[in-house]
Design a protein. Sequence first.
Length: 191
Amino acid sequence: MPEHRPSGDDGPPLRADAQRNRARILNAAETVFAELGANASTEEVARRAGVAIGTVFRHFPTKNDLLAAIMKQLLARLVAEAGELNGPAGLFEFFERLVAQAAEKRSVVELLARAGMDLRLPDAVGRLEQALGGLLAQAQASGTVRPEVALPEVMALLISVCQGALHGGWEEGLQKRTLGVIFAGLRPAAG
């Protein structure tokens, strides 16, 4: 009996073995592109996934399709992480986690931006914005974030600080100091 594709994917349901191959390809591709850059070969992805190149192309007809799938997977992970957090400090903790991840490794997001690939993933980005909006609302309801702070500002801050950490390879002290400045701006004025 065929199993369904992971949520967010189009097309007919995949067999269990095809789902496993797809997952192995995505995991290998994320590693390969992070290590070797966006110009890495799909042959290397196939080799590391332990599948034939034809299997890669059956799942992802072009390299852009593969990169878009990686982006969807990364965004889904971020949404899941945001969903695990809650309460007054959830938004701040999400910032800390993301900046630490950006500082410690090159991400496929950065590689895609450098390669000039324009992958439109409005649904996946929308789910991330919705998750962050929930964290922002919780923080504002608890009084840890000023009420006038809006989601576009939070997204702009998050993207900017992650790009800085990613490109600068920020050490832990710089991460903490930079986030301290951002968090001070988000918190209500002491009065």
